[in-house]
Design a protein around this ligand. Structure first.
Ligand code: GLN
Length: 306
């Protein structure tokens, strides 16, 4: 069959569900992935004919797309910052908002390092606080995207990552290997943590979507991404934030920081929860879409450690 005919079939079959540009993007990513064809191929060879074997994976992908399966799960890969990661239905597909959370941490680490370098050049006092001594924990690591990006950009830091799902940990371990970073992965439930760690940074993107928000979610997320990683009850939507705050209060060093991705509708509530746990310098940030999406807080023992 002609390649351009297959492109038309993609548009005919998916037109009701997805916008035109997205269907084009699905089609081109499929031909790139399965056939190693560049996206401009149709401009150069408009009459390109595919064999039956070549067509087959494209039609298989199309039938999964029709069931609103996310393309990243169909192809088995997703991008996060400068990383390529394996994904399957056991882990969330990494989101651009989460990249912003990682960038916030990296910016802060750079600022700290600059200040220390300046201090060092002014005095003979040597301090050890650079990424050589940083100990970082990612809670609910999923695909490992946050932990792996941090390990890659802070090569001397010691990075730990936990998840409650063994299937997610398998994906995360594989991703760490593919991206050549050394991370200690542990199976642990943050609601009943068993982690004797002393940390400089805790980061987490825990489940935070309330059942009542399901209606505004797209089918491809709701029906295919792991509920375990997404949903919390309407009655106690901050359950994971409370557990992380309690854990952080005892495991973060003085001056250590907590970075959290949050539910856009619960910014003030989440901030208040951290305040109630005696965290200081709490900062709420919006994501690229203008939604309250990230919180940072600091551990200061002087402010009444519980
Ligand atoms: N941001 C994700 C979504 O809207 C949710 C991630 C999470 O629950 N941690 O689908």
């Amino acid at each position: 069959m002609l390649l351009k005919e297959i492109k038309n079939i993609f548009h005919d079959e998916l037109g009701k569900t997805y916008p035109k540009e997205e269907i084009d993007s699905f089609f081109y990513r499929c031909i790139e992935h399965y056939l190693k064809l560049e996206r401009f191929i149709l401009a150069i060879q408009p009459e390109l004919v595919l064999t039956k074997e070549e067509e087959q994976p494209l039609f298989e992908a199309l039938s999964q797309l029709k069931q609103e399966m996310p393309l990243q799960y169909i192809l088995g890969t997703a991008h996060f910052m400068d990383l390529e990661l394996h994904v399957n239905g056991a882990v969330l597909i990494p989101r651009p908002e989460t990249e912003e959370l990682v960038e916030w941490i990296l910016e802060d680490c750079q600022t700290k390092k600059k200040n220390l370098d300046a201090e060092r050049s002014r005095s003979v006092i040597s301090t050890t606080l650079n990424d050589h001594s940083l100990r970082i924990l990612d809670i609910g690591t999923g695909s490992g995207c946050i932990a792996i990006a941090l390990a890659k950009h802070l090569p001397h830091a010691k990075v730990y990552a936990v998840d409650v799902s063994e299937r997610a940990l398998e994906v995360a371990r594989e991703n760490a290997r593919l991206n050549q970073v050394d991370i200690t992965f542990l199976k642990n439930d943050i609601l009943a943590p068993e982690l004797e760690l002393e940390l400089d940074i805790i980061v987490s993107n825990p489940p935070y979507v309330r059942e009542l928000e399901k209606e505004e979610m797209k089918n491809n997320v709701k029906d295919h991404e792991p509920s375990l990683a997404l949903f919390v009850s309407d009655g106690d939507p901050l359950v994971f934030y409370r557990a992380i705050a309690q854990f952080g209060r005892t495991r973060l060093k003085e001056g250590g920081s907590l970075y959290l991705e949050i539910n856009q509708y619960l910014g003030e509530e989440t901030k208040a929860l951290l305040k109630a746990h005696n965290f200081s310098e709490i900062e709420l940030r919006k994501d690229i879409f203008g939604n309250d999406r990230m919180l940072k807080a600091q551990q200061k023992w002087t402010s009444n450690k519980k």
